[in-house]
Structure formats: C-alpha cells, structure tokens
Ligand binder design. Structure first.
Ligand code: PLP
Length: 395
C-alpha cells in the first residue's frame, strides 16, 4: 500500500514525541515531565459556561469565521494584550486550536516551492505543515548562548528570492525563549525589507516570568499589514481539550484562511466557542494563579538542573525548560531512554524539536511541584551514575 500514499505524506517522519510517548504509556508509575499540557483543570466558571451552552441547546454550526460574540471578545482581548486592533467582522477567524490556525495559514500562503523560515528548536508541527503545503521548510538554528532568541543576522543569511513566510513562536516551545523589543525590531525590519509575511504563534504569551514584557511583532511599525497573529486558549486557560484558537490579520489573509477552513473544518465547535467567550472575558485571575504556580516550579526545576551540573537556560516564558545534557557524554535519546528505564522519569529528547536540539532535553513543568521534586531527585541520582559511565551499555 505504501506506493499509494502521497509521497510527501509517506516521507513525513512521525513526531518524535509520539514515538517516545508510546514507550512511556506502556510503563507504570512514570513521572512525566514530557507533556506540553497544563496539569490544571479548566477553571470552573469556564466549564460552567460550556455546560450552560449545552443546556440552552446551542448545538449547531456557527458562522465559518466563528461566533460574532467570540470575535468581538477576541478583538478586545488582542487589543489589550498585544496592542494591535483587528475588526471582528473581517479580520479574525476562530479555528480548531492554534494547530488548525498554523495549518490553514500556511496552506493559504504557500505556493509549491515557496520557502518558509522558522527558528529551531521549535514546535513539532511547523516543518511538517510546510511540507504538507508543498512548501520548503528552512530552519534557522537558535543557540543557548543567545538565549535561544532569533538572531537577525542568522535570519538574513537564510533569506532567498523564494523566501515568503517567517514563522515565529515566542515564548518558544521547547526552550522557553522570549524576544526583547530591540531584537524583535531587527527581525521586523528584515521582514519589511524582504517583503516577508509573518505567522506569529503567540500561544504562550500570558505565561511569562520576572515581569518580562510580551512583544508581539504584529504591533511593530509596518508589520500589521504583513502579519498573521495566532493565539488560543489551550495553554494559559488550561483548555487544551476545548480546541479553540484564532487568527488575526489583514482581511485578505484572513479571507484566504477562511476559504481553507470552511472546506476543511467548517467551524470550531460551538460549545467550546461559548466557553472561550467566558475565558477571555473573565479568566484573567485564574490565568494569573496558574502563571504564579508555573513560576515557582520554573525556579525550582532550573536551580535543580543547574545543581546537577546540567547547564540550563532560565526561560522567561512557556512551561518548558531545555537543559543541556551533553556534559554526561550521552546523546539526548540515550539520556532520555536511560532516565526512563532507570528512574521512571520521562522527558523528551531535544532532537524531537529539530536537529539543534541534540545535546538537550525538554522538561515540561506543567506537573505538580511534589512530582517535580521527586523527578529532580531521581534525575540527580541518574546524572551521577551517568557521569560514572554506568549506563554506557544499558541504553
Ligand atoms: N503552538 C505551539 C508552540 C504549541 O506548543 C502547541 C501545543 O503544544 C500548539 C501550537 C497547539 O496548540 P492548540 O492546542 O491550540 O492546537
């Protein structure tokens, strides 16, 4: 049958995370630092809004763009949080998670052979989404020495006449990197100079630490007209299962996304859209409580990893840390498999997020603090043994 499968699909690698979690799921009593999903339950008032929506019998399709009420609420929220305004009637589309927004934005923009630039290590779906649209993914490696930020000079060297889109994600999954204003301004200037369209995935924008500012490229001079700003409720509001994301941008681009969306998805589920209205209107206190808890966990996990001698960059956003494990002399995969087998702790090997992730591990701290503490003590024991070469043959 393999010869019947479209070649670009057949040749697509499976997600490294998925392979790893199939092994994790077959094991008992594993402490998982692997999952990129909040451990908090969706706040009750949001769940209640979903229940009430069902009680009212709201069980039909909505407009392809999403409920007008939700788009109005998104417009207000985006203006407050990202300092850029969009008209609810024609510049906002509600999608099935940011996942769908990424897919339809790329499909709406990319002609076969167009190059899409993105910084790596990055979220697992970017490169495959480009390949599925017959585009050419062009990765720009980021380094821990630069706090995993995107360097304008590194970007400039990868731009060619075929470059069409730049895909950004700050705060970043898997590194927790953020971009300060000065760095982002340089990137914006390059986008204007080379006429690039930007897709900016800002799904972790509420989860920031140390009072750091969130800088959206969409709000920079000359950028609104060439940017699709993607956001959603999955992470900050602990609503992954509701599957609500949205895209904001100039009317032409949103209209193009809508064409793909109406044939592929029709609309996002109405129950979830009504819950998202409640989240965006009244969810801020719950978001802040969760953010504070993530900050405590971040502080604990980063200092534990550094104490083990695993050099770890202090993330300013998201709920991931990306410790460097090279000093143990093991590859990322051997380290992660060994940790799982020897200590029942799961963390994702860095290369699952692209080649520059070799030598790193992604640990998510969307896990309760007592579990993180136990995982860190097991990992300390593991690293000590690894340094003595005790796992050289075991993995
Ligand atoms: N973008 C990034 C950077 C992510 O890390 C994730 C999920 O892990 C997504 C998008 C997908 O989000 P959603 O649940 O809204 O589809």
């Amino acid at each position: 049958m393999a010869d019947r499968i479209a070649h670009h699909v057949r040749d697509l690698p499976r997600s490294g995370i998925r392979d790893f979690f199939e092994i994790v799921q077959s094991m008992k009593e594993v402490i998982s630092l692997g999952i990129g999903e909040p451990d908090f339950m969706t706040p009750w008032h949001i769940r209640e809004a979903a229940i009430y929506s069902l009680e009212k019998g709201h069980t039909g399709y909505t407009s392809n763009l999403g409920l007008p009420r939700l788009r109005a609420v998104i417009s207000k929220y985006v203006e407050e949080h990202f300092s850029v305004s969009y008209q609810p009637e024609r510049e906002i589309i509600v999608t099935v998670g940011v996942s769908e927004a990424i897919d339809i934005a790329i499909r709406a923009l990319v002609n076969p052979g167009d190059e899409v630039l993105y910084h790596e290590p990055c979220y697992v779906s970017y490169s495959p989404s480009v390949v599925l649209a017959h585009g050419v993914p062009v990765a720009i490696p980021t380094k821990s020495e630069d706090d995993f930020a995107l360097d304008a000079e590194a970007l400039a060297t990868r731009i060619t006449p075929r470059s069409k889109v730049l895909l950004l994600n700050f705060p970043t999954n898997p590194t927790g990197a953020t971009m300060d204003r000065a760095r982002m301004e340089k990137i914006a200037a390059l986008c204007v100079k080379h006429d690039l369209i930007v897709i900016t995935d800002e799904i972790y924008s509420e989860i920031r630490y140390d009072g750091s500012e969130h800088v959206s490229i969409a709000a920079m001079p000359g950028m609104r007209e060439r940017t699709l700003l993607l956001h959603g409720v999955s992470k900050a509001f602990a609503m992954t299962g509701f599957r609500i994301g949205f895209g904001c941008g100039p009317q032409d681009l949103v209209e193009a996304m809508m064409k793909v969306h109406q044939y592929a998805m029709l609309c996002a589920p109405i129950t979830s859209q009504e819950a998202a209205v409640e989240a965006l209107l009244h969810g801020a206190p719950a978001v802040e409580n969760m953010r504070r808890e993530y900050e405590l966990r971040r502080n604990y996990i980063v200092s534990s990893l550094n104490d083990m001698g695993l050099e770890t960059f202090l993330p300013r956003g998201s709920f991931y840390v990306f410790p460097r494990i090279e000093s143990t002399g093991m590859s990322s995969r051997d380290f992660a498999m060994g940790l799982l087998k020897a200590e029942n702790v799961a963390a994702v090997p860095g290369p699952a997020f692209g080649a520059p992730g070799e030598g790193y591990l992604r640990c998510s701290y969307a896990t309760a603090l007592p579990k993180i503490k136990e995982a860190m003590s097991r990992m300390t024991r593991y690293v000590e043994r690894a340094r003595k070469g005790q796992f050289a043959e075991a993995v």
